[in-house]
Design a binder for this molecule. Sequence first.
Ligand code: ADP
Ligand code: MG
Length: 722
Amino acid sequence: GNTARLQAISNITNRIPKKTGPTEPLSKIWASDVFNLATMENALSKNAFKAIKKTVETGAPLDPATADVIAAAMKEWAVGKGVKFFSHIFYPMTNITAEKHDGFIVTNADGHAITEFTGSLLIKGEPDGSSFPNGSLRMTNAARGYTAWDPTSPAYVMNTPNGATLMIPSVFMSWTGESLDKKIPLLRSNAAMDKAAHKVLALMGETEIATLNSSCGAEQEYFLVDENFANARPDLLLAGRTLFGASPAKGQQFDDHYFGAIPARVQVFMQDFEDKLYRLGIPAKTHHNEVAPGQFEIAPYFEAANVAADHQQLLMTLMKSTAKEHGFLCLLHEKPFAGVNGSGKHVNWSVGNATQGNLLDPGNTPHDNLNFLLFCGAVIRGVHTYGPMLRAVIASAANDHRLGANEAPPAILSVYLGDQLESVFNDIKTGSLLEKADGGEMDLGLSQILKFKRDPGDRNRTSPFAFTGNRFEFRAVGSSQSVSGPLVAMNTMLADSLNWIALELESALADGTEKAPAVIKVLQKLMDLHGNVVFGGDGYSSEWHRMAVEERGLKNIPTTADALTAYKDPAVIELFESTGVLSPKELASRFEVYAEQYILSIEVEAKLVIDIATTKIYPAAISYLSTLTTTATSLSGMGIAFGADTLKAVSAAVGNMMASVSDLKDAVETHDFESEEAHMTFCAETICPLMLAVRSEADTLEGLVADELWPLPKYQEMLFIK
Ligand code: ADP
Ligand code: MG
């Protein structure tokens, strides 16, 4: 046989790593393509620079006159780098990145071409956004979206084979000013958190309080598969994951016979990729550790959440395009291979400012520690109160395959604090810390207990939401997702909790109570109400799944179909409205968009399952069956007994597979659901199990049909890249 699969194996055997030029020193390339504050300091007048610096540091709006000055300097800088085009880059509600390109060139009346770029072009671009999902926020006949530079995120030059383009990170809104994107809510959530934090810090007696910002460092996992294999797998190309494929038996030795040249190719890819990131000012640090074969991780250092979110999007785009240049398909899907570790994106998050520092970092004085305990308590309350909302922001058809599998956090939101901090909060809950205070221990023992050491051994990998020494790490986020949704959720729940704490603290302090006992009193009430969400045990265990739901009253929400309904919960609507992060209308449009995406992605997969089973697997199985039948017939003609076990097994599996295909076809053609919720439930409860039914017979066939006839590259072939 000469299947695409065998051809792919032969092609890969002859591959050599792509040559890349010698790398330049980091000092020379670092942020060399970014119009950042350092660049602006040289390019702008003192006053203009002061204005933009203030905007970057505090989020204050940029005045039109300064915008003009900056636009001129930005253009000059970009043109000096050979740029002819500029593009607003923005982040629609899907996880993608979108661009709207324009030329600097304008021809004037006398026929001369001039380059033009003004403040108003920088601040306002008009892409035809009609094809981006926007829920029902706009009628399509009024489909005009506006983009405007987010000056807190620097512009940069993107070099592609088609030339260099000035990229302008932008917000994307409707003509009525509603957010159609993932950036506006992130900026708003930060402002809400800042405002609430100010109240709490002021009550704590802080006199100088700089603007608070959230920080994010995202660890990105991904797989690389050789493009020759990918090209022979329509499921990988179109759905980003394998819809078929027997997982290699546990402990099976992968055969590295064909793959000698590949590790070098991956190294070269990583180096090339890192260089590109450095030029764009993305502080990347690749990890070469792989959990599964063919799986890798990259973790940039943390940055301001808003910049980190833009950088995350850029990183994902660049990772895919660079992988392609090196002959790989880069898979960001949460579960590309069944039975093999999936990919997540750990979102490390903290909040802080220039005056109080990182508020999730326990400090050296009791006073610092009181602030720390309040912010930490606020997180605990947030996760407990809005757990289902946190589950909703990471919900996707793809992430459903990963959450709750025994390698990824469960679909139950709990908080891991570590032994030390958990015991402090337990003492607060039981009142024993307050007793210490009555006993005259002025600092409540805080200065002794809270000397944390970041201890990697102490970290519980089974928790979806873990304290890791000076930040929280949201581990249930999926590898393909934008980090904006999770960051918005965390900032907003924190804002809400800090508002609650401010009210409680104000009344606790009202009668002249000292700060320390007042804080502990507030936290005791908080732990009484919300302490159930703190869990330090094994999140994978079935005992936890039972206990969480039955004893702790937490929710286990395994599918997106159930998770997304959190967007319709009145308490969640109120949360986003009261903090000013999303209006009820904006929130409702998010439900619509995400529900539609969920349904669409499952429908695409179902159609692929039908197509691949019918046109690739069925013919291979029939062809093998025909060989077996011919052999059996001739043997029995000669009076020789033929063990027909395989023949029968293949025949049965083919029959079962096609019966399930037929059921799946009927299911896919079902329409007219009474609601989006009903449609999503149908996808989760009817279509997904039918896809699995087809797959299970196909995977049985993979173990029966002659290797040379099998059309799809097998798991051990695709995965064995080191
Ligand atoms: P892990 O041990 O979890 O694999 P890594 O070092 O790979 O840790 O990644 C940790 C991530 O957390 C990095 O992106 C790092 O920059 C980020 N990080 C560290 N401190 C903070 C902080 N205070 N706030 C936000 N992110 C942080
Ligand atoms: Mg981590």
